[in-house]
Design a protein around this ligand. Sequence first.
Ligand code: DGL
Length: 259
Amino acid sequence: MIGIFDSGVGGMTVARAIEQLLPEYPLIYYGDLARSPYGPKSPEKIREYARDNTRFLLDRGAKLIVIACNSAASVAADVIDAEFDVPVFEVIEPAVAEAVAATNSGRIGVIGTRATVKSKVYEKKITAALPGSYVFQVPCPLLVPLVEEGWLNRPETKMILRHYLHPMRSRQIDTLVLGCTHYPLLRTLIQPRIGNRVRVIDSSEALAQRLLEYLEANPILAETLRTGCENRYFASDVTDAALEIAAKIFGRAILIERI
Ligand code: DGL
């Protein structure tokens, strides 16, 4: 099984992309809703949670881990990779690769939670991959609660997006990375507010594509992932709002099991 974790249900955007591209591989998903959001928390706390989430997935048969949460990936991916003896994938590397391939001017914007922006992980990886590039980051802490409230098309959400994206516009970026699980759900509001010429990057499909290539190159591991089980979705808490977001992401009702 492919194990995927996130701080909540936003990471289901990644699970869905994997499900669509790799339907023959069963997924086990864990959303740490009882302890979310991770975005405002310290790197130490997020690492501790990331370890717990990884153990949960491995105990239930996952043989490969996907960190779907940008906040966790930004401060804990190296720790999880070093401490657990399974392949670890995360959302930041593919987003960086796509952004670097997409930009013409080398001026790239990144929006994410406070934890992600503070880690400077996007800045470091983008400038390493594209020396001389300019990375402009804006933390957008209000966007996660707005998405979780289902305020996907409210005037208040549009106003807050305008506020966050305004400084980006004057930096003349040509590429914008959606560095948070929840932001793909706001993509149709973000695109016109950042400008239609700016390429907006959501790494979930690129991550699924990387996974596909990896499994094609590692057929023995790939075989161990094909258990024939059903996809299962677990969370440390289950709320109506979470079920609604999950249904919105997948376009169908999702059974989330509380553990
Ligand atoms: N999953 C988080 C991320 O992608 C957003 C929600 C949170 O702050 O926990 O950064």
